[in-house]
Write a new protein. Structure first.
Length: 84
């Protein structure tokens, strides 16, 4: 299941650690520590998953406009003159 599909308050497991979703891109570890999650991160919900309605989840699904790979030149390319 993708992190963006979970509703705030949902509990899930990621890399063996338990978390509770506290915001659209944040979760609090149980107990106490926190973390920022990319929407596409695969997580395992605890018990019955607390999910956003599909139309609401679709608003938070990462799209191509969030890609950053265009910031790094591909092999053999070079940056335009004046770029750093």
């Amino acid at each position: 299941m993708k992190f963006y599909e979970l509703a705030i308050g949902a509990r899930f497991v990621f890399r063996g650690q338990r978390f509770e979703k506290i915001a659209i891109s944040m979760a609090r570890g149980l107990p106490g520590f926190g973390g920022i999650f990319m929407g596409e991160t695969e997580v395992t919900p605890e018990a019955e998953a607390l999910l956003l309605p599909p139309e609401e989840a679709a608003k938070w699904k990462p799209s191509d406009k969030h890609r950053t790979d265009y910031l790094t030149p591909a092999p053999g390319q070079r940056r335009a003159e004046g770029e750093t």
